[in-house]
Design a protein around this ligand. Structure first.
Ligand code: ARG
Length: 472
């Protein structure tokens, strides 16, 4: 086959043209290289469409049956690799139709009755996005389950909770991990939301204005599993808001993954030493023999930027486009697919990473020694004795200042030392008040880091997950 034949298959729209398309123009115009993955959805959409054409008497029932059978064998052959899309075709829709025509002859030409590539491509993408969203939901669920598992193993593990990256108050590791569980729960809700608005059929809009044939769009919607049909034909072919909403939800999801990744990167550094990643999920250095690098977590962090780029690309492609379809919209696919692919592998690899990490509980406990992270508890104690919080803050600030000057830790202070700072401390059980565990457990209010509160939270997380598990 000559290059020209590969690059420039006969066009199904060639009727009014007297010149062949310039090879470079063909290459520039073609989308098959990146829309080929839509073929199963393209065939699914065509099957529903042609059944409807037969049912409504728009084409003879026998023709409809012939085309249905042809599409079904074509799908099976493409699946097994017995058939292949012509790389010279302009796009996936043309490639599928050409194959069908080769097999069935002119009757295949009836498939495109009452349809345009504009409503066809919009349908294909929506079908694709619905599947991809369901896949992401399932993968996010696996990460959530793992987080719950790790949380239940670490109910009694304490570490310094930080604000501004400075030790603030002791928290349970379970509590910290569950924070990510809830982020992912909202991510999944956003994916479901995007799914709901994607779940509308554009097919039947024709090129833009609808069709002169007596089609039954609701039948097609039902065949394809759409909840309803897009009301307005112009809107149906010309909007990609469902793709933007999807990628937006995916970008937020990735933002969450990037934060967890960043923490795992920091925690695996020798300065923290809070976590050890398995050899199977880390990589070495080509020059420094001692290195064990958290590449997976770093890539998760990096790929988040890439997905933000996809979102920006989609928003920018769609900005200011006049109605209805414009070829600019062919550019929707690469960023959309890239974002979905990236999030899908990111969730899978994060799950693998979380299966292969060990928390260094001792290091976390040691990090709480002498870090003043229970200072708030001293102030809260004074408040319970009747001192206004601002004054209590001041008293404890002075205690901390003195400890720092003398090189002592809060936990070195005796009840007498405390009583010296304020008579309200007289007779206090200083170790209980100052210990990280006492501090954490004192935060018993709903949503706090106290043991009972975290146990209750863990149960609610489990119920959240159970309630959304698809019935088997
Ligand atoms: N490949 C095109 C796309 O993805 C399909 C729709 C083409 N429609 C047209 N009128 N040229 O947008």
């Amino acid at each position: 086959m000559s290059d020209k034949a590969v690059n420039n298959a006969p066009k199904l729209w060639a009727g009014r043209f007297s010149q062949e398309t310039d090879a470079l123009v063909h290459q520039f115009n073609a989308s098959l290289s990146f829309d080929r993955r839509l073929w199963p959805y393209d065939i699914q959409g065509s099957l529903a469409h042609v059944k409807m054409l037969g049912k409504c008497g728009i084409i003879p029932a026998e023709d409809s049956q012939t085309i249905v059978a042809g599409l079904e064998t074509l799908a099976a052959d493409l699946e097994t690799g017995t058939a292949a899309l012509d790389p010279g075709a302009e796009d996936v829709h043309m490639a599928v139709e050409s194959l069908l025509t080769q097999r069935l002859g002119p009757v295949a030409g009836k498939l495109h009755t009452a349809r345009s590539r504009n409503d066809q491509v919009a349908t294909d993408i929506r079908l694709y996005v619905k599947d991809a969203l369901a896949d992401l939901g399932g993968k996010a669920e696996r990460v959530q389950s793992r987080l719950i598992e790790l949380a239940s193993q670490n109910l009694d593990t304490l570490l310094p909770g930080v604000t501004h990256m400075q030790h603030a108050q002791p928290v349970r590791l379970a509590h910290h991990l569950l924070a990510y569980f809830w982020m992912l729960s909202r991510d999944r809700e956003r994916l479901v939301d995007a799914w709901k608005r994607t779940d509308m059929l554009p097919l039947g809009a024709g090129a833009l204005a609808g069709t002169t044939f007596p089609i039954d769009r609701h039948f097609v919607a039902q065949e394809l599993g759409f909840a309803g049909v897009v009301e307005n034909s112009l809107d149906a072919v010309s909007d990609r808001d469902f793709a933007i909403e999807t990628v937006s939800a995916v970008a937020i999801l990735m933002m969450h993954l990037s934060r967890l990744s960043e923490e795992l990167i920091l925690w695996s550094s020798p300065e923290f030493g809070f976590v050890e990643m398995g050899d199977n999920v880390t990589t070495g250095s080509s020059i420094m023999p001692q290195k064990k690098n958290p590449d997976v977590a770093e890539l998760l962090r990096g790929k988040t930027g890439r997905v933000y780029g996809d979102l920006t690309a989609l928003l920018t492609i769609m900005k200011s486009l006049p109605l209805a379809y414009n070829k600019d919209m062919q550019e929707d696919k690469e960023p959309l697919f890239d974002a979905l692919d990236t999030a899908s592998i990111s969730l899978s690899v994060l799950h693998t990473l979380l299966e292969n990490i060990a928390f260094k509980i001792e290091r976390m406990a040691r990090a709480l020694h002498g870090d003043f992270s229970t200072a708030t508890d001293l102030a809260d104690y004074l408040v319970r004795q009747g001192l206004p919080f601002r004054q209590a803050h001041e008293v404890v600030g002075k205690i901390v200042g003195r400890c720092v000057a003398e090189g002592r830790a809060l936990e070195d202070l005796s009840a007498d030392d405390l009583a010296e700072a304020s008579p309200l401390f007289t007779g206090v059980d200083a170790p209980a008040l100052i210990s990280p565990r006492g501090s954490a457990d004192a935060r018993a209010a709903y949503g706090g880091t106290g043991k009972a509160a975290v146990e209750a939270q863990l149960e609610r997380a489990q119920s959240w997950l159970e309630a959304r598990r698809p019935a088997a």
